[in-house]
Design a protein around this ligand. Structure first.
Ligand code: FAD
Length: 221
């Protein structure tokens, strides 16, 4: 089974481990009546659908998921807004000064005048020129970063020159309910395309692990 999905030019979502299953959700709910299911049945499937439909979410807090994720900082800033039910530890550029990697888009999308946030799917007229400008600015920052380190500047200050497109990496542990909430919000067309791709990768990894709960909790359109 796939455990790592590449995203963007250097990013990925890797499923490190999971705790629990659909049965874990069922038994967290059944304890209210001092009952337990030993095998997952169609009755249990019905219970999961009922729990999700009526927002009885706490049984979905019990399965846990650990991921290693590499994404650009501008996406991580959005991802980190999802706080409840998540634990994260991230690489620190105070301590690490190895070669940074950067997200470079192949397509610069047009601004959508109808939306305050968002973009059209069409590329801008001068796409090649715009992508080239992004590459040049990124390369320049990278060179200055290396020059600062060569001058003996500490990594925690040299990093201030690095752009938001720099990749960062973190380990994230969260409940099934927390990932379902994040994916519902970040798969929506109102979310930025680049974060939608990460949310889709999470869906691909988690749906086979918690098939009944995932469908019950998540919007599928
Ligand atoms: C398309 C999109 C656009 C966005 N644009 C912006 C933007 O322009 N600017 C911006 O700042 N953010 C923006 N956000 C971030 C957004 O406001 C939320 O912070 C983010 O979606 C995390 O939501 P969450 O429900 O997963 O939050 P979590 O912090 O993980 O909270 C989970 C749930 O716990 C409850 N909760 C958490 N904290 C509180 C609290 N203090 N009081 C009461 N209940 C609480 C709520 O029910 C909440 O839904 C955007 C998000 C999306 C999806």
């Amino acid at each position: 089974m796939t455990t790592m999905i590449p995203v963007g030019n250097a990013g990925f979502v890797e499923l490190l481990e999971t705790f629990g299953s659909d049965l874990t959700v069922v038994n967290a709910a059944r304890v209210s009546f001092a009952k337990e299911s030993l095998e997952f049945t169609s009755k249990d499937e019905g219970l999961i659908k009922y729990l999700a439909k009526y927002h009885h979410v706490s049984p979905f807090f019990h399965p846990q998921i650990r991921m290693r994720i590499k994404m650009p900082i501008f996406i991580a800033r959005e991802w980190y807004r999802h706080t409840i039910g998540f634990a994260r530890n991230e690489v620190s550029r105070r301590y690490v000064d190895d070669e940074p990697e950067f997200f470079i888009p192949e397509i610069c999308r047009e601004r959508d005048p109808k939306l305050k946030q968002g973009s059209k799917s069409e590329e801008v007229k001068n796409n090649n020129l715009c992508v080239q400008a992004i590459k040049e600015a990124t390369t320049k920052s990278h060179h200055i970063y290396k020059a600062l380190l060569e001058q003996g500047v500490c990594p925690e200050q040299a990093r201030i020159i690095l752009p938001q497109s720099m990749y960062t990496e973190f380990i994230e542990t969260a409940s099934l309910a927390a990932y379902a909430r994040l994916c519902n919000l970040r798969r929506d067309m109102s979310a930025q395309k680049e974060i939608r791709e990460y949310a889709e990768a999470v869906v691909t990894l988690l749906e086979p692990k918690f098939p009944v709960s995932w469908v019950a909790l998540c919007k599928t359109d």
